[in-house]
Design a protein around this ligand. Structure first.
Ligand SMILES: [Mn+2]
Length: 392
């Protein structure tokens, strides 16, 4: 059996207000092409399919088209679960109908215990959950409230769920798990998590690789880089698209999907790259360099988004900085300055809560330009604050 493993599509996501939908569509076409070239038996989407619980109309329409292409046009099975960004109940709509076409979608803990069976494998699909969801599930199963109260952390909850899954293991088959959590290599090692949502996992304890050892292979979502995979058999595919500037800073770490091949003797994974349609480039240079044609002509200015930090910048000497940079680079999704007065600023800025509003403006102006407000400028600031107080 051969599966394509992807996760964290976050359809509908924006980057500082810029829609990523076209980028996500381009990535999707590549994912589909890889699936067809590799003749996979299905596509695994390990959670965070949408970016939010109530996605906008464009996002819903786009995802619907994607699923249609995979499942109806190309007859490829889909194995999908919800992540912490998805609205579990909403995404669950239509589940029973889709099942008829090999579109498997689990969004509730209660759906995780019955695997999808082929002649060689059992695929368990465990959506993202909160310890509270697991308490509710076991309470429904007739476990006393006293006992469900003992499920404190995500680790407690996961151990219970995995143990009950294991009861349904067929010893003659390989056991695969699709899930959506932050899992670390072992209790001692802490890896840097790049998902901004890890704090919502709940509980103080962290899930560790050893908890999942009963599975032959685990396909995960939640952390957006495959380099966070805790072991050879517990893998993150990473997101197919770069979602933020922090990710763009990490050079030579392309996005992609995994092709997972399940054979009798072993399970292997092969990374397949997805090329960005519009790349996100981080530049940190002096103003003179940024506006020097010999520099910017080497940049993919027709075909990329830029996050720019202007170094050693004297803002008093320039106006319309963003406009000038956009003239050269096109879309500038993020603009920062490293001020030449930075040191001075550190000395002069006092505890901001001790300053009056006009003093705050005064200090800000000084830290940016190195000058004090003129008499006229002070009058303008005063007038604005007086007007604001009136509005209150
Ligand atoms: Mn995610």
């Amino acid at each position: 059996m051969k599966l394509l493993h992807t996760a964290d599509w976050h359809i509908g996501r924006t980057l500082n207000g810029y829609s990523l939908l076209d980028e996500q569509k381009a990535a999707f076409q590549q994912i589909l092409n890889i699936a067809l070239e590799e003749h996979v038996d299905g596509i695994v989407i390990a959670g965070d399919i949408y970016d939010r619980a109530i996605p906008n109309v464009d996002a819903v329409t786009t995802l619907n088209e994607m699923f249609k292409e995979i499942n109806i046009e190309h007859h490829l099975p889909i194995y999908a679960i919800s992540g912490n960004h998805d609205g579990a109940k909403r995404l669950n709509y239509g589940r029973d109908w889709m099942e008829y076409n090999n579109f498997h979608l689990n969004t509730l803990v209660s759906e995780a215990f019955k695997p999808i069976e082929t002649t060689e494998v059992q695929i368990f699909m465990l959506p993202f959950f909160d310890p509270m969801d697991v308490r509710a599930y076991y309470h429904q199963q007739g476990v006393s409230e006293e006992d469900t109260q003992k499920i404190h952390s995500i680790v407690d909850a996961m151990n219970l769920v995995l143990t009950d899954m294991q009861k349904n293991f067929d010893p003659n088959k390989k056991h695969l798990l699709i899930t959506h959590f932050a899992v670390t290599p072992n209790k001692e090692d802490k890896i840097e998590l790049t998902s901004e949502t890890t704090s919502t996992v709940g509980g103080l304890a962290t899930l560790t690789a050893d908890q999942f050892q009963m599975f032959d292979y685990v396909m995960m979502g939640h952390i957006h880089t495959r380099f966070a995979s805790p072991s050879e058999t517990i893998r993150y595919s990473g997101s197919p698209v770069k979602f933020n500037v922090k990710e763009a800073r990490i050079k030579n770490k392309g996005k992609g999907v995994d092709i997972v091949e399940i054979n009798n003797d072993k399970i292997t994974h092969t990374f397949k790259e997805i090329k960005p349609q519009t790349d996100l480039i981080v530049l940190e240079e002096d103003w003179d360099t940024l506006t020097d044609p010999t520099f910017y002509k080497q940049q993919p200015i027709d075909n990329a988004w830029f996050a720019i930090t202007v170094k050693n910048f004297d803002r008093s000497k320039h106006i319309n900085v963003r406009a000038q940079l956009q003239e050269i680079y096109g879309t500038v999704v993020e603009l920062d300055y490293e001020n030449i007065y930075q040191d001075k600023q550190d000395q002069t800025v006092q505890n901001i809560s001790e300053l009056s509003p006009d003093e705050t403006v005064d200090q800000f102006f000084h830290s940016i330009t190195g000058n004090d407000l003129s008499k006229t400028q002070k009058q303008i600031v005063d007038k604005i604050f007086v007007d604001l107080r009136k509005e209150k």
